[in-house]
Design a binder for this molecule. Structure first.
Ligand SMILES: *Cc1c(COP(=O)(O)O)cnc(C)c1O
Length: 433
């Protein structure tokens, strides 16, 4: 399997080149050159396979040029080592809970896979390697824990100061060792732009081998396909032959791109719904055909506060950049903060299920979009304990219970580093870590 860049250069690279470069030389994203279709017999037996066995079968065609079967098995076993249950919420609606990993969000899957892939594929450690990433909240914790104490790799994480929860902040600032978390005095898009500048800085890259762990990295995108197979298999065990509707709370649109890739590999899915908060560039695009990125708006679902989703070119590529083709199996709905809160409250009261603000958009969009003859699941992208400040607004007893149960009242306990939105300051830091 080769990987191709989506810019006009059409750069072709191997898996390890793609992983360590992050972005192509022209700044565009890599995609698999083609999406392999799994043998139909796989779909006759995938309900009987374990999560790790599914992961192995799905990922092998993407990595087999550079990893042997045993190496992939080991990586897959270490990555998919926590449960991913499919829970019924009510009637036709199920929740695929991706929050049972070390930092309680779906990003643990991608970060764990990527870190193990990198340490496997990293050649002789001649130059210092720095993983550089921007986070709107959940990436940081997942990357920090995924790479913690991995030898030869330093990790620099930029996050918007004061715009993530104390619990999230603690997950990335409390580790130390090779993990450097820096609060940037700006918004997430500022962090993302700083990262992009570093990647486009040829002079810097001669000194330091920088690589990305963002959702733009192929090594994060690929393993995210796996749990869609797992979720559909789990639903088919209950309802043989079902083609579910899948709803994904979306910000940078990496998670839902992986879902559509799984579909292209033959996974039986009826259609997809992207749930967004009021950062609604994609819902508006599907509606009026004008792609018009805007400034980021802060919401209660802050890991989805993205004004210009950086994985959208990948998604569009999967539909040959044809908006009408996209519309056939893909819709998107934007949810306000008020609706997020109302849904958290009503789902707890009616069905005794506690949603986090992101998963709340997933439930509501799926509920709004399902027709009478359809069934589906949404991805529960984070555990509610990560957002007790929001839960507290409508369910104060629940937030208190969570705080006690998880010790979520721990405030960041180390000295926080912060920096202005300045590329030169970042560059200095990258040279000195
Ligand atoms: C990152 C994140 C999202 C958005 O995922 P994308 O792949 O960027 O679309 C949604 N919910 C949570 C909790 C997240 O951490």
């Amino acid at each position: 399997m080769k990987y191709i860049s989506l810019g006009k250069d059409k750069q072709i690279v191997t898996l390890s080149e793609g992983i360590f470069k992050g972005l192509a030389d022209d700044g565009s994203l890599f995609m698999p050159e083609e999406i392999p279709i799994l043998d139909p017999s796989f779909y006759n037996r995938f309900t009987d396979l374990s999560l790790q066995e599914i992961a192995y079968n799905v990922l092998l065609p993407y990595v087999e040029d550079e990893l042997n079967g045993d190496a992939l098995k080991k990586i897959v076993q270490e990555t998919f080592s926590f449960p991913i249950p499919l829970e019924n919420i009510c009637g036709p609606i199920y929740s695929l809970e991706l929050f049972h990993g070390p930092t309680q969000a779906f990003k643990d899957v991608g970060a764990r896979f990527l870190s193990r892939l990198m340490s496997h594929l990293h050649p002789v450690k001649k130059r210092k390697m720095v993983v550089l990433t921007a986070t709107s909240g959940d990436t940081g914790g997942a990357v920090a824990h995924g790479f913690y104490k991995v030898p030869g790799i330093e990790v620099v994480i930029l996050y918007p100061k004061g715009k993530i929860s104390p619990y999230q902040e603690n997950q990335m600032t409390s580790l130390g060792h090779n993990i450097h978390a820096i609060a940037v005095e700006g918004v997430f898009d500022d962090c993302q732009n700083l990262v992009k500048r570093a990647f486009n800085d040829g002079e810097l890259r001669k000194e330091v081998m920088i690589t990305s762990a963002n959702s733009i990295n192929l090594g994060r995108l690929l393993p995210q396909m796996v749990y869609y197979f797992w979720g559909v298999a789990a639903l088919r065990k209950k309802m043989p032959g079902i083609n579910p509707v899948i709803c994904v709370p979306s910000g940078n649109f990496g998670n839902i791109t992986a879902a559509v890739m799984a579909f292209r590999m033959g996974l039986p899915v009826k259609r997809f719904v992207a749930a967004t908060n009021v950062n609604d560039v994609v819902p508006r695009y599907l509606n009026d055909g004008i792609y018009d990125p805007r400034q980021t708006i802060e919401t209660y679902a802050n890991a989805m506060d993205v004004g210009n989703p950086n994985n959208f070119p990948r998604l569009f590529h999967l539909f040959n950049k044809d908006l009408d083709k996209l519309r056939q199996i893909f819709s998107a709905i934007s949810i306000t903060d008020k609706q997020i809160l109302e849904t958290i409250q009503s789902v707890k009261q009616q069905y005794d299920y506690l949603l986090d603000p992101h998963s709340s958009t997933g439930f509501l969009c799926l509920n709004q979009s399902l027709h009478d003859d359809e069934k589906g699941f949404f991805i529960s992208t984070a555990h509610p304990v990560k957002f007790v400040e929001i839960i507290e607004k409508v369910l104060p007893q629940e937030s208190e219970r969570l705080i006690k149960e998880f010790g979520a009242d721990k405030v960041p306990n180390n000295i926080l580093k912060s920096m202005p939105v300045s590329y030169n300051v970042l560059k200095e830091k990258l040279l000195e870590v």
